[in-house]
Design a protein around this ligand. Structure first.
Ligand code: IMP
Length: 231
C-alpha cells in the first residue's frame, strides 16, 4: 500500500463561501477533528488537484495502484460516491473519500446527470461530451424556434467512509447555464460551457482556480464536509 502523500497535494485552503450545500450522514458527527490521512478514490487528476487545493491541510493520499477502479453502477450520485468510498476503505483500511459529480441540464430533463462522464459513450473525452451537449441543445433550440431555457447545475456528492462503519456524506450544488460555444482553457470536463449564476458571465474555464472553487459544486461540498467534521 502506498503510504506517502502525493507531493502535488497540500496547497493552502481557499476562503470559505457562504452557500454550502446540504449534508447528512448515517454516521455520528465527528467533532474530534478531521482524520490525518484520507485516501482519495478518484483516478481523475483534474479532480484530485481540485480536492487537494480545497481541502488544504488534510493529507490526501492517491488511490494505491493495486486498488482497482470501482464501476459506477449506482443510479444516483450518492450511491456511486458511497460505492467508491466503501470499496476503497475495504481495500486500504484507511478513511476513504469519493465524490461523484453530475451536470443537470433542465432542457434535457436533468441529463447528463449521473452519466456525465459517459454522455457521448463509454470512452468519451471531455470534448466529445461537450460537443454532444451543445449539439443536443442546438437541436432542441432550433425545434423551439430559437428559444431555449439553458439553465443547468453541477451537483457533487462526497462520501467519506471510516473503519467501523461510520460514513459522512456532504453535497454541493451550483446553479448556472450552458453557453452557446466553449470558452476558456482552465478547468476540465464541462467547465468551458458552464456559466455560474453567481459569477460575472465567465465560464468556469475562464476563471482562476480560486474563483471556481469559491462558487463550485465541489468547493461547496468539500467545505460542507469540513464543517461537518469540525475541521
Ligand atoms: P465523475 O463521475 O464525478 O467523475 O464526473 C462525471 C463527469 O462530470 C466528469 O467526467 C467530467 O466530465 C464532469 N465533471 C465533474 N466535475 C466537473 C467540474 O468541476 N467541472 C466540469 N465538469 C466536471
Amino acid at each position: 500500500m502506498q503510504k506517502e502523500p502525493n507531493p502535488a497535494f497540500g496547497q493552502g485552503p481557499i476562503p470559505g463561501a457562504s452557500k454550502e450545500g446540504g449534508l447528512d450522514g448515517p454516521g455520528p458527527s465527528r467533532s474530534s477533528g478531521f482524520p490525518p490521512r484520507v485516501v482519495l478514490a478518484t483516478a481523475n487528476a483534474d479532480k484530485a488537484a481540485e480536492i487537494a487545493e480545497i481541502m488544504g491541510a488534510v493529507v490526501l493520499v492517491p488511490r494505491p495502484e493495486w486498488v482497482p477502479e470501482v464501476e459506477e453502477t449506482g443510479s444516483t450520485l450518492e450511491e456511486n460516491a458511497l460505492l467508491k468510498a466503501r470499496a476503497l476503505l475495504a481495500a486500504t483500511g484507511e478513511p476513504s473519500l469519493a465524490d461523484d459529480t453530475g451536470l443537470e441540464v433542465d432542457a434535457l430533463g436533468g441529463a447528463p446527470g449521473v452519466w456525465s462522464a459517459r454522455y457521448a459513450g463509454p470512452n468519451a473525452s471531455y470534448d466529445d461530451n461537450v460537443a454532444k451537449l451543445l449539439a443536443e441543445l442546438n437541436q432542441i433550440e432550433s425545434r423551439a424556434g430559437g428559444n431555449l431555457d439553458r439553465r443547468a447545475r453541477f451537483r457533487t456528492v462526497i462520501a467519506l467512509a471510516f473503519e467501523g462503519g461510520d460514513e459522512v456524506i456532504a453535497q454541493g450544488c451550483v446553479e448556472g447555464w450552458i453557453c452557446n460555444e466553449p470558452r476558456g482553457a482552465a478547468g476540465f470536463g464541462y467547465d468551458p460551457v458552464f456559466v455560474p449564476e453567481e459569477g460575472d458571465g465567465k465560464t468556469f474555464a475562464e476563471m482562476e482556480a480560486s474563483e471556481k472553487h469559491a462558487l463550485s459544486h465541489r468547493g461547496r461540498a468539500l467545505r460542507a464536509l469540513k464543517d461537518l467534521l469540525g475541521a
